[in-house]
Design a protein around this ligand. Structure first.
Ligand code: HPA
Length: 256
């Protein structure tokens, strides 16, 4: 069975439908997910920061989360993440589709490959599954829900926000939005042969882009606006027919 999952970031703590909670024990720790039934399809819902949003970005057990999805036989994953924008074309309240990332994390275990089973490298030419992205854009078009565009995601270690000088550097390096959680999540998904795509919900301008400091009330307002639309779109794709014939996700891991 190839199951489907949604990973909810900040502000996205559940999806509509009858659900049962399930604990999954992995070699990296225990994870609690909801199994939600939507249109007759079982969807695994995983709140990235824990059920009560208690785990900060730099302390999330990314390997446990992704290993739990694998144990539940999940192959297709959509995720959300709150991001700041450092591209003036994308404003707070917009939603963007992630296409690539720049990794500025520092202290995270970013791989399942610990050398015990040979030397493995994972292809990152299509980090966010192009097939899941295409299907999502099709559904968004049909539903009249606009994505502001595509974005390169900069992942910082957090939990602090960035300095103005760091944001200038990220802009110069082609970054569009900045968050603290998508790496290593997207990488671990690929190591497990999953199709994974993610949307960034823009909650604020990054440090130094506008005169004012980052405002937390901005974050709540854009979350409320986008949560339902986005999870509805995810479900529209995840309750349909999916395969791995149109992407390279199943064969991204290479052994030298
Ligand atoms: N920087 C990093 N992570 C974030 C931001 C930001 O400005 N906004 C929401 N998550």
């Amino acid at each position: 069975m190839m199951r489907r999952a949604i990973i909810g970031g900040t502000g996205v703590y559940g999806i509509k439908g009858p659900s049962v909670s399930q604990k999954v024990s992995t070699p990296f720790g225990e994870v609690t997910v909801d199994i939600v039934t939507s249109e007759g399809t079982e969807i695994v819902f995983l709140p990235r920061h824990g059920k009560d949003h208690s785990v900060p970005p730099h302390l999330i057990n990314y390997r446990a989360n992704m290993a739990a999805l694998k144990q539940l036989e999940v192959t297709y994953v959509y995720a959300t993440g709150a991001v700041g924008s450092c591209n003036t074309s994308y404003a707070p309240g917009d939603v963007v589709l992630l296409t690539d990332f720049l990794d500025f994390t520092k202290m995270r275990i970013s791989t399942f490959h610990d050398g015990k089973t040979g030397v493995k490298h994972t292809d990152m030419s299509d980090p966010y599954c192009s097939n899941l992205r295409r299907l999502l854009m099709e559904k968004a078009g049909q539903a009249g829900i606009p994505f502001a565009g595509e974005a390169v995601y900069v992942c910082t270690e957090g939990p602090r926000f960035e300095t103005a000088a760091e944001i200038k550097m990220y802009q110069a390096m082609s970054g569009d939005v900045v968050g603290m959680t998508n790496v290593p999540e997207v990488v671990l998904a690929k190591e497990l042969g999953m199709c994974y795509a993610a949307a960034g919900i823009i909650t604020n301008w990054c440090t130094g882009i506008k005169k004012e400091a980052i405002a937390m009330h901005d974050i709540k307002a854009s979350m409320d606006k986008n949560r339902q639309n986005l999870t509805g779109l995810f479900l529209a794709v995840l309750t349909g027919k999916l395969d791995q014939n149109h992407c390279s996700c199943a064969s991204a891991v290479m052994e030298l």
